[in-house]
Design a protein around this ligand. Structure first.
Ligand code: F6P
Length: 592
């Protein structure tokens, strides 16, 4: 070979070695960044600058970095389960069931309840083929289950098991209406309704939590299920499950706000509730603010060790992560495909309520609940009609109010006041064939609700206090025409994410009426400019990301627990093996 030939050969060998080295480094760095091979990598999914932005935002919120790098869908959840939590059975526990069977005439009617919790958890449970345990409150529920109290759902296209739990009248009264909804609900919401605490309600609450713990144990196929405990109905359940299934991963999500520790101190069973919740591996809230309030309550009432940098609380030899995971909705909403275009929806709704095409339509959709600010909304409308009479005859407000907890005095009173106030406004500003306020206190299906969102010019979400409020996100998701204006309360968790909404203080009627004026006169271009980023926000932060972030954190806990067991680094009893040890504790152990 000539000298020249030898030189060329060396150059080729070195170049190929260099390329292999780069490939190895790249593959190692990929592994380091993401231990979940099935999940897409940053470069494949998002532009690098956008990815860095999301990452920064996620790190700021103390959430898992992996979650920011993924395009979230039912498939992503299935992959996380298959790759990171193999053989893990997902069990969801909530009070409200996703499908209610009621007797109607000679037949059975199926009802999907008006509940943000249900609309968020349903697609998740479908994606995970899990088991959902809930109170069977429908009049035909017992007729529809098998000998094990199970029914396969969704009807017609079953993908998961609904296990119904039966409660006596007294249990339901004490646990649900009493302790949960007359005690904890007003305690956690700043709506100035006095909480009522009765010892008999507390006893029922404890007994029902125990009944659900028995059911979780009965439904668990092995010792290590992932149990997703939902909401304030089950504060005692996490510890009860932990005692019976020590190796379970228990993720508890508190769907409503958590009060500051001074307000929380009102509750006579405050320590018991905190102890119960700290049986969880992870406790999630919608906002960091509520997570902080929880941590402050623990700090004040329990002998515990709080590692603020790790967002971890150690209590009774076990550690619980306390994080913010903002809940969201399915994207794209499956039922959108079933609905006609926006013009058709507008025409249908105007036809249903006898509205002429030039009348602007403003809507409110929620359960009839005193936290939702319905009366405050009416007050703002009254103010608008008084100050700007040009809108009389040109604006109608449709209030959809699903009946809720109707036997409780506070709810009965609200129902009457809403009807009285709507009547007063209609008498003052209405005329033949024109009602400024149309109040429909009836249940509507999700499909009907989405049709209303699509038909509206303005949607008012003016809660006095709300953990998140998914109506705001649903309205945004329904508007694929990028039109419509959202008025959103600053006291709803959603206002932390939907920044382009018109953010209002529901206690300030004058301000809300001005916001209404702004919405009514907003150009289509501005509506689009505001709606587009909000849609992007909900699309990127859909409900699969909410659940996926928790599952990724759960996978990490499980891996860490398994590692501790193998290396013998855990001093804790096996019952705590799957709860995370704080970083501080780990560093101390490593150093000693
Ligand atoms: O999100 C709060 C919440 O209380 C959920 O727990 C519940 O499903 C929903 O509102 C509706 O309330 P209820 O189940 O009492 O009708």
């Amino acid at each position: 070979m000539t000298d020249y030939g030898t030189e060329v050969l060396w150059v080729l060998i070195l170049a190929s070695l260099g390329l292999s080295a780069i490939a190895v480094v790249l593959s190692l760095s990929r592994r380091r960044h993401n231990q979940t091979p099935a999940i897409a990598y940053p470069g494949e999914d998002v532009a690098s600058e956008a990815a860095r932005k999301v990452l920064r935002e996620f790190e700021k919120n103390g959430q898992s970095v992996d979650a920011a790098l993924v395009t979230w869908s039912p498939d992503t959840l299935r992959k996380i389960l298959a790759d990171d939590l193999p053989d893990a059975q997902v069990i969801v526990v909530s009070n409200r069931e996703p499908y209610i069977h009621n007797i109607k005439g000679n037949g059975v009617e199926l009802l999907v309840p008006a509940s943000g919790l249900v609309s968020a958890l349903e697609p998740i449970t479908r994606a995970c083929s899990g088991t959902w345990i809930a109170y069977g409150g429908g009049t035909a529920d017992r007729l529809m289950v098998d000998e094990n109290d199970r029914v396969q759902v969704p009807p017609g296209n079953p993908s998961y098991t609904l296990r119904r739990v039966w409660l006596t009248e007294e249990e339901h009264q004490g646990y649900y209406l009493g302790f949960a909804n007359e005690g904890l609900w007003p305690l956690c919401h700043i709506a100035f309704t006095r909480p009522v605490f009765r010892a008999s309600d507390w006893e029922a609450y404890e007994a029902v939590n125990r009944k659900f713990a028995d059911t979780v144990v009965a439904e668990a196929r092995n010792e290590r299920p992932i149990v997703l405990v939902q909401d304030y109905h089950f504060a005692l359940l996490p510890r009860m499950i932990r005692e019976r299934l020590p190796e379970a991963i228990i993720i508890t999500f508190w769907h409503i706000p958590w009060p500051n520790s001074e307000v929380y101190s009102i509750c006579p069973w405050r320590e018991r509730i905190l102890e119960g919740l700290l049986g969880s591996s992870i406790i999630g809230f919608h906002t960091q603010f509520h997570a902080n309030n929880f941590t402050e309550s623990v700090d004040r009432f329990l002998e515990s060790r709080i590692e603020r940098a790790d967002a971890a609380i150690s209590y009774g030899g076990q550690t619980t992560l306390v994080h913010a995971y903002p809940i969201s909705i399915e994207w794209p909403a499956e039922l959108l495909a079933k609905l006609p275009n926006v013009d058709e929806c507008r025409a249908r709704l105007r036809d249903r309520f006898g509205l002429s095409p030039d009348v602007k339509l403003c809507v409110g959709v929620e359960r009839l609940d005193y936290t939702k600010g319905i009366l405050d909304r009416f007050q703002a409308l009254e103010e608008l009609f008084t100050k700007r009479p040009e809108w009389i005859g040109k604006l109608a407000f449709l209030q959809i109010a699903a009946p809720s907890r109707g036997t409780l005095p506070a709810y009965k009173q609200l129902h009457d006041e809403c009807h009285r106030y709507a009547k007063k406004i209609n008498q003052r500003f209405g005329s033949e064939g024109y009602k400024p306020i149309i109040m429909v206190a009836e249940h509507h299906s999700q499909e009907q609700v989405y049709e209303i969102y699509r038909a509206a010019d303005i949607c008012m979400v003016t809660s006095l206090h709300d953990g998140m409020n998914l109506v705001a996100k649903e309205f945004v998701s329904a508007r694929d025409d990028e039109q419509g204006v959202l008025l959103l309360s600053t006291f709803a968790g959603a206002s932390r994410e939907l920044l382009e909404a018109l953010i209002v203080n529901p206690y300030d009627a004058a301000m809300m009426s001005e916001a209404l004026q702004q919405a009514l006169t907003m150009t289509p271009e501005e509506q689009r400019e505001r709606m587009r980023p909000m849609r992007e926000m909900v699309r990127n932060n859909n409900v699969y990301r909410w659940a996926g972030s928790m599952l990724l954190d759960a996978a990490r806990l499980r891996k860490r627990g398994d590692l501790d067991r193998v290396t013998g680094t855990s001093e804790r009893s096996p019952s705590n093996a799957n709860n995370v040890i704080s970083m501080f504790e780990r560093m101390r152990k490593a150093a000693s």
